[in-house]
Ligand binder design. Sequence first.
Ligand code: 6PG
Length: 235
Amino acid sequence: MIVRRFRDEAAVADAAARRFEEAAATAIAARGTFRVALAGGGTPKLAYERLRTLPVDWAHVETFFGDERAVPPTDGASNYKMASDALLAHVPIPAANVHRIRGELGAAEAARRYALDLGEAPLDLVLLGMGADGHTASLFPGGVPPDEPRRVAPAEGPPPHRQRITLTLRALRESGSAVFLVTGIAKAHRLAEVLAQARSGEATLPAAGVCSGTPVEWLVDDAAASELPLEENES
Ligand code: 6PG
């Protein structure tokens, strides 16, 4: 596990965009395609906007989502809409390569169909955010169990968008690598707790649970890192 600290959210966004570009080039060179799950929420938006300008071979990128709210793709709460407005509508990715979670069908049916779309092949990269409660994707404390055998599950989040669909820890741990983007002072205390759990192997918070499977890189700004030990920069 690696923690990389940056001065501000713009620097985090630049680093995340470059990490995406590198992972895409490596996967496409090796297997002809790059399977990536995009994070929702607000933090990744700047990184997606940066990605528009980078030389990614979009014709060979298959885009999935870490989670979605059970809303239509036109809804302001849709993670798909955020990613489309910030990135997907601005790059030459074939429409068939954008694997949207069809939240408008309701959580159970959307999860069933997304699991079929995702298939069995592992993702090469998962981009993730972290909530101040230690959730990631729509894996909330006390929600979808860590040992959920499915790769995709319906989930429940805080109001107003309680009904959700999420990749499970199984899917996240199976991926080639995971990159968290965490910024802002509001997450500093929880980030310190999550990293401590990840290091101890005693993960109770979902964001920490990801770290016991796939190689994880944390891209954090100084504000979010303000409660980490000063030497906290590497694995
Ligand atoms: C969601 C996201 C969620 C998000 C965190 C952090 O659907 O809300 O998938 O897991 O990544 O809540 O959100 P911010 O980046 O907006 O702080």
